[in-house]
Ligand binder design. Structure first.
Ligand SMILES: C[S@@+](CC[C@H](N)C(=O)[O-])C[C@H]1O[C@@H](n2cnc3c(N)ncnc32)[C@H](O)[C@@H]1O
Length: 301
């Protein structure tokens, strides 16, 4: 049990929360205690700084205590507070959506790098949209663009739609439940995907925060982690999803650049480039479509 009394000052409660988390076996980040305290007490960082000597009170003590207990049990901060920031925008979460990762901002950067004219009426497709974070970030950067977000999870799409409203892009996007490109006709200028890419056998060894709190559908990439790439790349070429001059950007695991590039090459893609994330790991494979010479559409086994 944690011992947050109502008479503890905000500053003392922060210090105590930090100590509790540091002593626990969970992999708590340096900002976790602060995030939880601010959220439990409904404070901004400035209010905490300016008025750190005020007692947290009964309701604050009870809320903070509950949140620290949940964090000690391995629940990530983002799940506890129910909202997380991506690309400087707020995204509500649900049990059916992945917590947006900072690494995924590399995918947004890669896609934007291919759009020098951001004011064009681009058509954007986001496969495996989850919370909608990638699509919504792109729509905020491309004011005349229209986007479609696809996910196999209906419940994730409910959250994505709410996030589109909250971030004022709802009139410029639509969401549909489907497996990758199965329900799609037409072509897009920009296609992005952060598909599940963890090999099935690796999942049991992931941290409790991921293994027990991120949806399995968002993680499991099949036996070698590459199932989703095979499905997406084959569908892209078979269905002509990329408009002429369009580009496809795939988030990858740190060790998947070679395998995904090979699959893409076998599917007739060209201009294969790999972008690293802030930690220097390979994170995004960007592709443009080769012109098909014979009408024969390659498939990947
Ligand atoms: C790694 S998560 C990415 C979520 C979000 N785009 C992000 O970057 O935070 C992968 C997403 O793909 C979805 N998904 C898994 N299999 C799918 C399929 N066959 N067709 C469409 N979406 C799928 C999952 O439900 C999940 O939302």
């Amino acid at each position: 049990m944690t011992d947050f009394g109502p008479d503890l000052t905000r500053k003392a409660a922060l210090a105590l929360a930090g100590r509790r988390l540091a002593e626990a076996p969970v992999d708590a980040g340096p900002g976790d205690a602060r995030f939880l305290l601010l959220h439990a007490l409904g404070l901004s960082q400035t209010q905490l700084l300016l008025d750190g000597g005020r007692p947290i009170g009964d309701a604050g003590a009870s809320r903070l205590s509950g949140m620290i207990e949940r964090r000690l049990a391995g629940e990530p901060v983002a799940r506890i507070i129910g909202v997380w920031e991506f690309w400087g925008l707020p995204f509500a979460l649900s049990p059916d959506t992945l917590v947006p990762r900072p690494d995924t901002e590399t995918l947004v950067e890669a896609a934007l790098a291919r759009c020098p004219e951001r004011t064009r009426p681009l058509r954007i497709l986001d496969l495996g949209t989850g919370s909608g974070c990638i699509l919504i970030a792109l729509l905020t950067e491309c004011p005349a663009a229209f986007g479609v977000g696809i996910d196999r999870s209906h419940r994730a799409l409910v959250t994505a739609s709410a996030n589109a409203c909250a971030n004022a892009v709802a009139e410029r996007c639509a969401f549909a439940a489907a497996s990758w490109c199965d329900a799609l006709a037409g072509s897009f200028d920009l296609v992005v995907a952060n598909p599940p890419y963890i090999a099935t056998g690796v999942i049991a060894g992931l941290s409790i925060e991921v293994r027990c709190h991120d949806p399995l559908l968002a993680l499991d990439g099949g036996e070698d982690g590459l199932d989703a790439y095979r499905g997406i790349l084959t569908a892209m070429t078979r269905q002509g999803i990329l408009a002429p001059g369009g580009s496809l950007h795939l988030e990858i695991g740190y060790d998947q650049a070679g395998a995904v590039s090979e699959l893409a090459g076998a599917c007739g893609f060209q201009e294969i480039t790999v972008r690293v994330d802030l930690a220097g790991n390979d994170r995004v494979v960007s592709l443009a479509m080769a012109r098909m010479q014979s009408g024969r559409v390659p498939e990947v086994d």
